[in-house]
Design a protein around this ligand. Structure first.
Ligand code: ZN
Length: 272
């Protein structure tokens, strides 16, 4: 299936920010990156962002609509943070809401409901419900997304919600809620990496915390990988610990390239 993501606005859009200047795009960009990375671990998912991923340019609505139309997604998601009040921090406006253009769009409604319910459970902000708004989606009516929803994760003018949504913890909760709704609706299955373990890539000198975050990252991608030693008990927190990926010839070359790109220049590739 194909999905387009529109993280609302850009870093340079005037007014789209918390009262202390934290940009709407800075919230939604982080969530979208997490959603894309997680959905990439499922079979048959193709995704496209329709913003400038550097955040510098605010593509006009017509440009974004064209990007959606040319990709022809099954699902389009607009990711936003809400705002309310007379200016400054405004505690009265708070909570999560999800929009569809019309309640007549059954697929949008089905996905929108799942997303909304998951988000309310995960973030524990007020449930403002699934709403209808005919002109919300910046896309024109001829765009061919089969389902489209717009998420307002929280109010960036509400200090409690704004501060929480700047944390990786809440961004991950939000992303997971969205991904689980999509996985459930479309019946997606995890990619299976089938490999003969013939080769391994080792980064000899990672700090323990780096090794354990690499383990998490590569396990998520389906690799057999581990850090040595496997427990903090046997290791001082900042001592170098090797990170190892066992895989086949083709995957090993990709992993090696990735790790070198990340700056682990001492990574080595050898046969098992
Ligand atoms: Zn917005």
């Amino acid at each position: 299936m194909k999905i387009t993501h529109n993280p609302g606005h850009s870093l340079t859009t005037p007014g789209k920010e918390s009262p202390d200047g934290y940009k709407e795009w800075s919230y939604t960009n982080e969530i979208v990156k997490l959603v894309i990375a997680e959905l990439d671990t499922y079979e048959g998912v193709q995704q496209k962002r329709i913003d400038d991923p550097t955040g510098r340019a605010d593509y006009p609505p017509a440009v974004r609509a064209n990007l959606v139309n040319s990709f022809a997604p099954d699902l389009h998601i607009d990711h936003h943070m809400n705002a309310g009040g007379p200016g400054g921090w405004y505690e009265a406006g708070h909570g999560i809401e999800t929009f569809v253009e019309s309640f007549a769009q059954k697929t949008s409604v089905a996905i929108g409901e799942k997303v909304q319910n998951n988000l309310v459970k995960a973030l524990e902000f007020r449930n403002r419900g699934l709403k209808e708004n005919r002109f919300l989606v910046m896309l024109n009516s001829t765009d061919n997304a089969k389902a489209r929803i717009l998420i307002e994760y929280a109010f960036m003018t509400n200090k409690n919600e704004a501060m929480k949504m700047r944390t990786v913890d809440y961004q991950q909760k939000a992303a997971k809620a969205v991904v689980e709704a999509i996985v459930a609706h479309y019946g997606l299955t995890k990619k299976v990496v089938k490999v003969m373990y013939t080769d391994k890539v080792t980064v000899p000198n990672t700090a323990f915390w780096q090794a354990s975050s690499l383990v998490q990252e590569y396990q998520k991608k389906g690799f057999k990988c581990y850090a040595l030693p496997k427990s903090l008990k046997d290791q001082e927190p900042n001592d170098p610990a090797p990170f190892v990926v066992e895989t086949d010839f083709a995957h090993a070359s990709i992993v090696l390239m990735e790790l070198k790109k990340k700056g682990y220049s001492l990574a080595v590739w050898e046969s098992l």
